[in-house]
Design a protein around this ligand. Structure first.
Ligand code: URA
Length: 416
């Protein structure tokens, strides 16, 4: 077998076999297949797609490229969630303690952000002292003791994805439904949870721009999970507008803490609604209860303080100190003003995401350094009435804030 044969088959619209897909994944991971041949096949997949069978074999070969985490020493049904990535998406920080407060073990491995989409690990690392690198034993002990642990992906978990994702990032092949589905599901399956709730983002600030594409991605990921014996449900949510009021690592931790504490003035209803939907789905999958019972249980732990207590317990258990989270001491901050009178029709999530990267809250490349304090506070949200010259957003950064970034945030607002 060689890569030229695989190119020929793909060009003729023929399906690749399990053995051929495994040959490609193994060869690229171990270095016997060079970048230029892998890029060529990735571009063919990006343009021509993959059948469900091919996508399944790709996922399986990626899982088999590294370690699979064994969570069997944790009692109970282990639940995980995954978001396909958005702007201001701090849902994981909120729903994981909610579910743990309901007694369901949450064993979650998360990633760092890249581009406009933030990553849970960056947000957690913005908390002073918080440890995201846990040994397998520490991780399991924390889940058994506190019902929750969130850690960075370990060294040898799906090494094929690390190499393939880096190559896709520079060859224009990220936005492919089979490649995204295999990338996400290989990591979720290798992480060992029994059930997975997928939050598929759709809109200007997401990989999937239309509902039709988001649905295709949701169906592809659900089918893979179920074939591999996991309980999987998917929810499609709006990412035309950023979620909540804060974008940026420390700012988002503070917002998550405010929401869990019931201080709704410091956050926004859209975030609360999204968190109730996702945690209700997680509880339905894990506990086998119906939607009404799950939603009532979630609202109860939010209202009675047990979810926020669990959040604080989880942060402390991984060495974090929340004391300086509420303080926002950036060297520079700028108020962005409304250019006209009217009602905010939309806030373009893509532009807000780009501006947050320029401020230092996100990465352009894997090597970029982050400014944990940097970010954007959306004072005005969709549906709010504003007057010319009124502050609609604040920008925070320890870097110089340039005019282009200020204009970008102002232009992100459509005021009608
Ligand atoms: N997130 C991933 O983990 N992989 C992708 O391909 C896209 C988003």
């Amino acid at each position: 077998m060689n890569m030229t044969q695989l190119f020929e088959k793909k060009k003729q619209g023929k399906e690749l076999t399990q053995a051929e897909i495994k040959y490609f994944v193994e060869g690229y991971t171990t270095g016997s297949i060079p970048d230029y041949q892998a890029s060529s096949l990735l571009m063919a997949i990006r343009l021509l797609g993959m059948t469900d069978e091919e996508t399944f074999y790709l996922t399986k070969a990626m899982i088999e490229s590294g370690d699979v985490i064994d969570l069997t020493s944790i009692d109970g049904f282990k639940i995980d969630k995954h978001s396909t990535g958005g702007v201001g998406d701090k849902v994981t920080l909120i729903v994981t303690p909610v579910i743990a407060a309901l007694g369901i073990p949450v064993a979650k491995f998360s990633g760092k952000g890249l581009g406009i989409t933030g990553g849970t690990i960056d947000k957690l690392e913005s908390i002073r002292g918080f440890k995201t690198e846990l040994s397998s034993q520490e991780f399991i002990d924390n889940v058994n003791k506190h019902k929750i642990a969130v850690a960075g992906q370990t060294g040898n978990l799906v090494p094929a994805d690390k190499k393939l994702y880096a190559l896709r990032d520079v060859t224009g092949t990220v936005d492919s439904i089979p490649l995204i589905a295999a990338s996400i599901m290989s990591k979720k399956i290798a992480s060992g949870a029994d059930g997975i709730v997928l939050d598929v983002k759709c809109g200007s600030g997401a990989f999937m721009k239309t509902e039709e594409e988001a649905k295709k991605l949701a169906d592809a990921m659900t089918a893979i999970g179920e074939k591999l014996g996991r309980k999987v449900v998917a929810h499609i949510s709006d990412m035309d507008n950023p979620l909540g009021k804060m974008i940026g690592n420390k700012l988002e931790v503070a917002e998550a803490h405010s929401l869990l504490s019931g201080r709704m003035g410091e956050t926004h209803e859209d975030l609360l609604e999204e968190c109730i939907i996702i945690s209700s789905l997680m509880y339905q999958v894990a506990a086998g209860v119906n939607e009404a019972a799950a939603t009532a249980a979630v609202k109860r732990v939010l209202a009675d303080g047990s979810a926020v207590a669990k959040f604080e317990e989880f942060i402390a258990a991984q060495g974090g100190d929340l004391a300086d989270i509420v303080q926002n001491d950036t060297a520079n901050n700028v108020a962005v003003k409304a250019a006209t009178n009217g009602v905010v029709e939309t806030i373009n999530a893509l532009l807000i995401g780009e501006a947050s990267v320029e401020l230092g809250a996100g990465r352009l490349t894997k090597e970029s350094a982050l400014d944990y304090d940097a970010g954007i506070q959306l004072v005005a949200k969709k549906g709010d009435a504003v007057k010319t010259g009124e502050t609609i957003a604040y920008l925070y950064s320890n870097r110089e804030i340039n005019g282009e970034t200020i204009n970008k945030v102002q232009n992100a607002y459509t005021i009608a």
